[in-house]
Design a binder for this molecule. Structure first.
Ligand SMILES: Nc1ncnc2c1ncn2[C@@H]1O[C@H](COP(=O)(O)OP(=O)(O)OP(=O)(O)O)[C@@H](O)[C@H]1O
Ligand SMILES: [Mg+2]
Length: 226
């Protein structure tokens, strides 16, 4: 479904060129559970952003089914995102003027419009129970702690119920109980047929994945588990 083919990403920073990715190739399909571990600055977020069509590779290609996401129009890229991906960003994308419930509704609406509202409420119940966030739904993002915000951001992404979950360091701020809730939720989404691509430096979270790669200095340097 997704094919990352020899992707390089260079950033210009003044006089300097930063080589974030130096030739990464991998496939992500429905039913996969892949974790990519690697130290800070190794290029994990850059890779997720490129797969999601938010950053353009300097060279190489990313195919999502028959679409080359780095070559299609902006509108097509947005359509690809809302058809294929639930993206959990490293830094929350919550809209501060809206409650958590409204943020989740907006996230659903951006993908599914007014279709199937029953499914939205079903997903809301399911995710709120799994993540124990019922009591946070009527709060505003600014009123939440870092860990609470991270859990609600996971719900905001997963409410869309799309085939591929891209998760960028989803457990950084979580207490042990929340960590287990998130780990179990990912496992259950995987069992329900979603493809998961998770980047993290936390080996405890990566542990459930069927395949674990290590990214180091912009290349996949090791297959830790397959
Ligand atoms: N927009 C940008 N402009 C310039 N340099 C960038 C940009 N985004 C990332 N970089 C650089 O690219 C490299 C990889 O960054 P990236 O955020 O992908 O790493 P990461 O593996 O996600 O790190 P972390 O574990 O800290 O989240 C770093 O050296 C970073 O400074
Ligand atoms: Mg990162």
């Amino acid at each position: 479904m997704i094919r990352v083919n020899d992707v390089h990403i260079h950033y210009r920073q003044g006089e300097q060129t930063i080589h974030a990715l130096r030739g990464v190739s991998l496939d992500i399909n429905r039913g996969d559970y892949i974790a990519l571990i690697g130290p800070s600055g190794s290029g994990k977020s850059s890779l997720i952003a490129a797969i999601a069509g938010l950053v353009f590779p300097t060279s190489g290609d990313i195919f999502v089914d028959r679409y080359r996401i780095n070559k299609v129009s902006r509108g097509r890229r947005a359509a690809i995102r809302s058809t294929y991906y639930s993206v959990i960003f490293q830094f929350s994308e919550m809209l501060g003027r809206f409650t958590i419930r409204e943020n989740l509704q907006l996230s659903w609406h951006a993908c599914h419009g007014n279709h199937n509202p029953e499914k939205f409420f079903e997903r809301l119940e399911y995710l709120s129970a799994k993540l124990d966030i019922f009591n946070l739904l009527d709060a505003y993002p600014g009123q939440l702690s870092g860990g609470q915000l991270q859990k609600t951001a996971i719900a905001r992404a997963l409410i869309r119920d799309l085939p591929i979950i891209l998760a960028d360091e989803p457990s950084g701020d979580l207490d042990p109980e929340s960590f287990v809730q998130v780990k179990n939720l990912f496992q259950e989404e995987h069992e329900n047929g979603k493809g998961i691509f998770l980047v993290t430096h936390d080996m405890k979270l990566a542990f459930d994945a069927k395949t674990i790669f290590e990214l180091r200095n912009g290349v996949i340097s090791d297959v830790v588990k397959s």
